[in-house]
Design a protein around this ligand. Structure first.
Ligand SMILES: [Zn+2]
Length: 174
């Protein structure tokens, strides 16, 4: 009774498997449209599990993306590996994902992660600075500054260390 099923067995128990060209809809729990499945103590994305079952472990830093644009789909034929920047580019190619922040007319703060993403997008050379600026709700000029390194140059010097025992997880947004 208390027999443990493997991740693979549990995975297949929650897939509406169809023809190789059709979407295989995840029938288990979903979050933001993506299927989720428990793996030990954590919940992992079902489409990532599908990729690993059919291919190999996902290299660090890479995402498993959908050709079919259906987040709940786990058909390995509809999945491909890419970077976060590929995901953004893919969304734009499909005509969604373009957003401008509400505070675009005021001061927009970019997170460190976003600056890295912008650098990746710039390095890909496929999107104009104006488009990238629109995606992140900042001016074209800001994007140019990030490109030349005159803005956010401090990201390269990671010399800020919290004093011992003084670090806490709370993010202060000031
Ligand atoms: Zn699909």
């Amino acid at each position: 009774m208390a027999e443990r099923k493997s991740l693979e067995e549990r995975f297949w128990g929650k897939v509406d498997k169809r023809g190789s060209n059709e979407c295989w809809e995840w029938t288990g729990a979903k979050s933001s449209g993506y299927g989720g499945i428990r793996d030990g103590k954590k919940v992992v994305y079902a489409h990532r599990v599908s990729w690993e079952l059919h291919n190999s472990p996902i290299p660090d830093g890479l995402w498993v993306l959908h050709h079919c644009d259906n987040r709940g789909c786990v058909n390995p034929g509809h999945l491909f590996l890419g970077t976060k920047a590929d995901n953004v580019h893919d969304m734009m190619a499909k005509g969604r994902g373009i957003y401008v922040r509400g505070e675009a007319n005021g001061q927009t703060k970019l997170t460190e992660k976003e600056v890295h993403e912008i650098r990746t997008l710039l390095a890909m050379g496929k999107l104009s600075r104006r488009i990238i600026g629109e995606m992140y709700g900042v001016s074209q000029q800001t994007i140019s500054c990030i490109n030349t390194g005159s803005a956010w140059g401090w990201l390269e010097k990671r010399n800020i260390k919290p004093a011992k025992g003084e670090y806490n997880e709370r993010s202060t947004d000031d």
